[in-house]
Design a protein around this ligand. Structure first.
Ligand code: HEC
Ligand code: HEC
Length: 292
C-alpha cells in the first residue's frame, strides 16, 4: 500500500479489498451453500478433505481435489454423476460418511456439481504444477497458459471426469463353483491383503490416502462399502477400487470372476459391529488383534 495519498484513505482500503477479491478468486472453486452447510466441516471448504472435523476421522473424509471417487460402476473406473449421487444418498458403511437422503434432489444435484468441480480443480492444479516443474510456465498460474495448453487442460479435465458406460457383469451365476473360487482367492493373492481366512490384513502394512495406514477389508464380518450382491463383488474384483490398494483383476475370465464372487459370498457373515473412528485406526496400525 505504498501509494497511500495523504487525506485519501479510500485508496489503500479499495486496493486491499480488490487484492482480497483476487486472492479469493485465485484460490479455487467456490462450492454451493449446501456444500458449505453440510459437507465442508469434514471435506473442507476447498474440497481437500481438511475440514475441521477430519482430524478425528478414520478413514479421513475424501479429498475431492486429490483422490478419485471410489464408488465407480463405469467400465473405465470413473464415477458417473449417478454413482456420486448414489454414494451421497446412501453414505458409506463403516465410516463417518452418513446418508444424506434427507436433502432434496435439487440440493444433491448441486453437491454432485460441487464434487465434480473440485475434481476438475485438482486436475488443473496438478497440470499447472507439472508445467511449472518442467519450466514450460514460470508459476502455476492458469493465466500463463497458451490457448493450446488451455485446450489440453480442458481435454484432460474432461477425460478424467467422464465415465464410460457401466461395466456389464457376466449374465448368470448358475455354474458358480465356490471351491474353485477358494483356490483362486489364493492363486490371485487376495489372501496376502485380506488374510487366509478373509478377516483382513493384520500384520501387513498398506498405505492409503493422505499417507495413512490402511486395513484391507475384513471380508467376513465387516459391512462392505460399495454393495452387497455377487454382482457388486464381481465389479469390485474386476475394476478394483480407484484410489486404494484394492487392485483391478483384469485377466480373470468371466467364469473365474463368478467363482471368486461365489466364494466371497460363502465367506461372508456380516455382524453389524460398527467400529469407532479410533478403533478403526488402531486396527489399521496393527494394535488390535482379531476377535472371534
Ligand atoms: C462427518 C464427516 C462427513 C460429512 C459431514 C460428510 N462426509 Fe462425505 N465422507 C466422509 C468420509 C469419512 C468419507 C470417506 C469414507 C471412506 O473412505 O470409507 C467420505 C466420502 C465421501 C465421498 C466419496 C465417495 C466415494 O465413493 O469415494 C463423497 C462423494 C462424499 N463423501 C460426499 C459428501 C457430501 C456431498 C457431503 C455433504 C452432504 C458429505 N460428504 C458430508 C465424511 C463426511
Ligand atoms: C494389495 C492388497 C489387496 C489385494 C491383493 C486385494 N485386495 Fe481387496 N481390498 C484391499 C483394500 C485395501 C480394500 C479396501 C479399500 C478401501 O476401502 O480403502 C479392499 C476391499 C475389497 C473388497 C470390499 C469391497 C467393498 O465394497 O467394501 C472386496 C470384496 C475385496 N477387496 C476382494 C478382493 C479379492 C477377491 C481379491 C483377490 C482377487 C482382493 N480383494 C485382492 C486390498 C487388496
Amino acid at each position: 500500500m505504498l501509494i497511500l495519498r495523504r487525506g485519501n484513505t479510500w485508496v489503500p482500503i479499495l486496493l486491499a479489498f480488490s487484492n482480497c477479491l483476487i486472492a479469493l478468486h485465485a484460490d479455487g472453486y467456490e462450492p454451493s451453500k449446501t456444500y458449505r452447510n453440510f459437507c465442508a466441516s469434514c471435506h473442507g471448504e476447498k474440497g481437500d478433505g481438511a475440514g475441521k472435523a477430519s482430524r478425528y476421522l478414520y478413514p479421513k473424509a475424501r479429498s475431492f481435489i486429490d483422490s478419485p471417487i471410489q464408488f465407480a460402476t463405469a467400465a473405465n473406473g470413473i464415477a458417473s454423476e449417478d454413482d456420486i449421487r448414489k454414494v451421497i444418498r446412501k453414505g458409506i458403511p463403516n465410516s463417518s460418511m452418513s446418508s444424506w437422503k434427507i436433502l432434496t434432489q435439487q440440493q444433491i444435484k448441486e453437491l454432485v456439481k460441487d464434487v465434480l468441480a473440485f475434481q476438475r480443480e485438482g486436475i488443473k492444479r496438478k497440470y499447472l504444477n507439472l508445467l511449472t516443474n518442467d519450466g514450460t510456465i514460470d508459476s502455476p498460474n492458469e493465466e500463463l497458459l497458451s490457448n493450446e495448453l488451455k485446450m489440453q487442460l480442458e481435454q484432460l479435465q474432461f477425460q478424467r471426469t467422464t465415465s464410460s458406460p457401466k461395466w456389464e457383469p457376466p449374465n448368470s451365476m448358475a455354474a458358480a463353483d465356490a471351491d474353485n473360487g477358494k483356490s483362486l482367492y489364493q492363486s490371485q493373492n487376495c489372501h496376502k491383503c485380506h488374510g487366509i481366512d478373509g478377516r483382513g490384513s493384520y500384520g501387513i502394512d498398506l498405505i492409503g490416502e493422505f499417507g495413512f495406514p490402511v486395513f484391507a477389508r475384513d471380508l467376513v464380518t465387516e459391512n462392505y462399502k460399495y454393495g452387497d450382491t455377487a454382482t457388486d463383488y464381481m465389479r469390485i474384483i474386476r475394476l478394483g477400487i480407484p484410489g486404494t490398494k484394492m487392485p483391478a483383476s483384469t485377466t480373470l475370465t468371466d467364469g473365474q470372476l463368478i467363482d471368486l464372487a461365489e466364494y466371497i459370498s460363502t465367506l461372508r457373515s456380516p455382524q453389524s459391529r460398527g467400529l469407532t473412528n479410533a478403533q478403526r485406526y488402531q486396527r489399521a496400525i496393527g494394535q488390535t488383534s482379531k476377535k472371534p
